[in-house]
Ligand binder design. Structure first.
Ligand SMILES: [Zn+2]
Length: 247
């Protein structure tokens, strides 16, 4: 256990929004032992549920939010509209949206992307879990559309941020001919390697978000030992990405 407290990665563009609280949390500052050391938020990776609950409590406190709502992610394309504190992770969805102040929307990841979305006008927030299957299903477009349907959010007013995640350096897909659509070939950076950061940038822009309002962390979780990485370690924890409107 370390006592440094949770240490989030922040996006400058989102930090400037006074009504917003967000962060992509590093491994440190939690209570879980190896191989989940230490700020693991995943409940399905073998870690103790009480330690995970303590880790989530620390994250909620660090962000000044009154609740955290997570998802039991399935690499699908369903979006849940959150109207209150569910108390449990929402089953079978990979994106969450809300306009309720104080509720942090949380995605769990170990190399997959969390894509954070902020509409300052309504205001409202959204977050999507986008691994390669999510990219193929275009969960990003579904999330932007869900904010439009639920809140009348205009993509032209939104900000979007792609979390630390699998980089083009480590994004090897040996079965890409079977797994990835033809359109992704434009993002093939070397033999069997794909740039999913660029794919998300492209999908966000196609959903109507201005390119100048899209930021990509550009940090590879496989290369950077501060983050949990499934590709690197196999049995490991899950990093938390959270976005919410301040209470
Ligand atoms: Zn890498």
């Amino acid at each position: 256990m370390d006592n440094d407290g949770p240490q989030p990665f922040y996006f400058d563009a989102l930090s400037r929004a006074e009504r917003l609280s967000h962060g992509v949390f590093h491994r440190q500052g939690g209570s879980s032992p190896a191989p989940w050391d230490s700020l693991n938020v995943g409940l399905a990776v073998g870690d103790d549920a009480e330690l995970v609950a303590e880790n989530r409590r620390r994250i909620k406190q660090a962000l000044g939010l009154s609740a955290l709502v997570g998802a039991r992610q399935v690499h699908g394309d369903r979006v849940a509209v959150i109207t209150g504190d569910s108390g449990v992770d929402i089953d079978g969805v990979d994106a969450l949206v809300t306009d309720v102040p104080g509720i942090g929307l949380m995605i769990q990841q170990a190399d997959c992307q969390a894509v954070l979305i902020y509409d300052p006008l309504r205001p409202a927030v959204g977050i999507a879990h986008s691994g390669w299957r999510g990219s193929v299903a275009n969960i990003i477009q579904r999330t932007v559309a869900a904010m439009g349907e639920a809140y009348g959010s205009d993509p032209g007013a939104m900000y979007a941020a792609v979390s630390p995640s699998l980089g083009p350096c480590c994004g090897e897909f040996v079965n890409h001919r079977a797994e990835l659509p033809e359109a992704f070939r434009a993002f093939q950076v070397q033999s069997n390697h794909f740039d999913f950061w660029a794919i998300s940038r492209w999908q966000l822009a196609a959903a109507g978000i201005r390119p100048a309002r899209i930021c990509v962390a550009g940090v590879c979780t496989v290369c950077d030992p501060r983050f949990f990485s499934y590709r690197r370690d196999n049995v490991t924890g899950r990093n938390a990405s959270v976005i919410g409107l301040r209470p």
